[in-house]
Write a protein that binds this ligand. Structure first.
Ligand code: NAP
Length: 490
């Protein structure tokens, strides 16, 4: 299967924060990969911008190093790297002052898309928007890409939306949630709306419950003090897990069109019920022994450098979407750091058939489960019951119908673009389907705020959990008491 790479029109892209971690690890290597794939024409221009005083050659050396480190050997072609570097430029710019702005404006060429990627701290988003406006770079050809976090509560998200709206129309604002750029996440929509198979069963009559898991093995070391002001609810649930929930729960949009899709997602967020405190479990990881090594990996309290911290590095909760389709089907969400394995998946557990024609021991029965894996090894797995092979009578056994996208799609599957690559190309093409609209973000905070306010008012302390485990014991109980079980994290 050969995938089509359709080149975009030549564009100018300015990356604010071009010397930072995100630009170095994701944005710049991702742009190179799109260039290598033939999607970025040579007439385009990529301008790095940050305060660091350096010339374009010094920045190109930095981009080259990022490519060497973060792009696989098969794509590190010297001639292609040189060609890519020839479209890379740099301007030293201070978001909080006037240095460099006139020079930056000079770099942009008329008659093409001008995209501005805000890969800087959120406290600078407003200042960047204002200066783009005052230096006459906020015209109709401009698009801004805004990184997460988009606010830390409803009030700050509203204020940020209002600041951006002073200088840019909503259709020029691309709020990025890189989870939406993952192949499997988009496949969720394809599976649901391009097949007749699942949609008739996609409701509370046939679906028992849904589990969404985003588990990480890393702790918060290195950015502990930042994370301590955020926590798993703000950092992961309000955006990534909420977006996944929306794609599973939403009604079919009338068309695969940005606003049609986002209207349906918004309806889901608005239908989310408040969460009972008894349906929330929060945790903090403990220190982890490291084999023979004398010094264990620090626990959350040490990583955050806050001995009094009540911030959660793990959260599990039960959510309900209060509408006709989902009445009675709970959505269990969990995410945490320093867990047993790095894995992200959505598991949809169907109900049992209403009647069994087989004389089978009840305990042999297993529900059908559709698992959509986001990482590692993006793909899908449908667990179905079949007859156990052999002459032992009609014994049933559950087997997986497994599809790894990398295997199913052959060479192309192994070459699935990184989420950032896809999303940046969408910005250039002007396709906002996979970006959050302002009202969506605000609705997500409106659901999240009272949950956080509740545990803050009660002074709840997160439960401890062992690093390398599946999270706190209480999280197991959250499902056990409903007669259900979490899927293993592995
Ligand atoms: P970072 O490593 O701290 O980089 C910040 C960048 O901003 C640097 O290039 C810095 O360069 C520049 N900068 C700082 N102050 C500036 C100013 N006044 N004017 C112009 N440039 C300035 O941060 P990061 O990890 O790349 O994160 C960037 C954004 O992406 C943040 O909003 C973060 O929340 C978000 N994000 C990051 C990740 C990730 O994996 N890193 C993931 C998701 C979201 P100079 O010091 O040279 O100015």
């Amino acid at each position: 299967m050969v995938s089509r790479v359709i080149p975009v029109d030549p564009f100018d892209l300015v990356i604010f924060g071009a010397t930072g971690d995100l630009a170095t690890r994701k944005i710049l290597p991702g742009l190179y990969r799109r260039f290598f794939a033939g999607q970025i024409p040579e007439g385009s221009k990529i301008v790095g911008a940050a305060r660091t005083a350096q010339d374009s050659d010094a920045f190109r050396a930095q981009v080259r190093a990022a490519i060497e480190e973060f792009v696989g050997a098969a794509k590190r072609d010297p001639a292609q790297i040189e060609a890519f570097l020839s479209i890379v430029d740099y301007v030293a710019v201070d978001a909080m002052g006037d240095d460099g702005w006139a020079a930056l404006a000079q770099k942009l060429r008329d008659g093409r898309v001008h995209a501005f990627y805000f890969s800087v701290a959120p406290s600078l988003f407003g200042a960047l928007a204002e200066r783009l406006h005052s230096y006459k770079m906020a015209g109709p050809e401009a698009r801004i890409v805004v990184e997460k976090p988009f606010g830390r509560d409803l009030a700050s998200a509203r204020a940020l939306n209002a600041t951006l709206a002073e200088h840019f129309d909503e259709h020029q604002i691309y709020r990025i949630d890189h989870y939406l750029g993952k192949e499997t996440v988009q496949n969720l929509m394809a599976v649901r709306f391009a097949n007749i198979l699942f949609e008739p069963l996609w409701n509370s009559q046939y679906i028992d419950h849904v589990q969404i898991t985003v588990a990480e093995t890393v702790g918060v070391g290195g950015r502990g003090s930042y994370y301590d002001k955020s926590g798993a609810m703000r950092d992961m649930v309000q955006n990534h897990l909420m977006q996944l929930l929306c794609l599973i729960a939403m009604e079919p949009p009338y068309h695969f069109d940005p606003d049609a899709v986002r209207d349906e997602k918004l309806k889901v967020i608005r239908a989310l019920q408040p969460v009972n405190s008894s349906d929330i479990v929060r945790g903090q990881y403990l220190a982890q022994a490291r084999g023979d090594c004398d010094t264990p990996l620090p626990g959350y309290i040490e990583d955050s450098e806050n001995p009094q911290s009540k911030t959660e590095s793990y959260i599990a909760l039960k959510a309900h979407v209060a509408n006709w389709r989902w009445q009675g089907t709970p959505f269990y969400l969990r995410t945490g750091k320093r867990l047993r394995a790095r894995t992200s998946e959505i598991a949809i557990t169907f109900k049992q058939p209403p009647h069994s024609i087989f004389d089978e021991n009840e305990s042999e029965w297993r529900e059908n489960v559709l698992v959509i894996r986001l990482q590692p090894n993006e793909g899908m797995n449908l667990k179905v019951m079949i007859k156990e092979p052999g002459p032992g009578g009609m014994r049933l056994v559950q087997v997986p119908l497994d599809m790894s996208f990398a295997e199913a799609l052959g060479e192309d599957g192994a070459d699935i673009p990184d989420a950032y690559e896809r999303l940046i190309m969408d910005v250039i093409r002007g396709n906002q389907t996979l970006f959050m609209r302002g009202d969506e973000v605000e609705a997500a905070w409106a659901w999240t705020d009272p949950i956080i306010a509740g545990w803050e008012a009660r002074g709840d302390k997160p439960a401890s959990y062992d690093s390398g485990s599946s999270g706190p014991e209480d999280a197991l109980m959250l499902m056990h008491r409903d007669g259900r079980r979490w899927r293993e994290i592995r």
